[in-house]
Design a protein around this ligand. Structure first.
Ligand SMILES: *[C@@H]1O[C@H](CO)[C@@H](O)[C@H](O)[C@H]1NC(C)=O
Length: 146
């Protein structure tokens, strides 16, 4: 159904308002008639320069990133989830959790495994603010929803 159309998903439109960042979860698709169509929003808003994505079969897989700032402390909040956007059904699903929350990581997919390496991780399970820059490499078997 997407064949012949230009798929441009602008998941995360980032805007700087005064001094803080507003993160959007809107998703847009350019359809066959070259008109923008609004798709279901992401389960969690995520910032486009901070997450990693890979295209696997007919899905976009999103790894990590940052979401809205903590309402009280205003500290940056990292994302520890793996999301799938199925391009056939146009549905989002939560497909996994990372070993920790991470942003600006690199992700790759090969032979059934999802890999990620580098980026900046959280301070710990109870503090989603960014801390250490990583050199570790992780991989997990990727199970997509149809
Ligand atoms: C991708 O599609 C192939 C062929 O249908 C399937 O064997 C494979 O398991 C799919 N990969 C993932 C990660 O779901």
């Amino acid at each position: 159904m997407l064949i012949g159309s230009v798929f441009l998903a602008q998941f995360f439109i980032k805007r700087w308002a005064a001094q803080y960042q507003v993160v959007y979860s809107d998703v847009y698709m350019l359809d066959d008639e070259m008109k923008w169509k609004v798709l279901p929003p992401m389960p969690k808003p995520d910032s486009h320069i901070e997450f990693a994505w890979v295209l696997v079969n007919n899905s976009i897989v999103i790894v990590g990133g940052t979401t809205e700032k903590h309402p009280v402390t205003k500290k940056m909040v990292l994302v520890g989830e793996v999301f799938q956007f199925n391009l056939n059904t146009l549905k989002w699903s939560f497909i996994g959790k990372l070993p920790y929350r991470v942003k600006t990581t690199l992700a790759g997919f090969w032979n059934g495994w999802l890999y990620f390496t580098s980026g900046q991780r959280d301070k710990g399970p109870n503090d989603p603010a960014p801390r250490k820059v990583l050199g570790e490499m992780w991989r997990t078997k990727l199970k997509l929803n149809l």
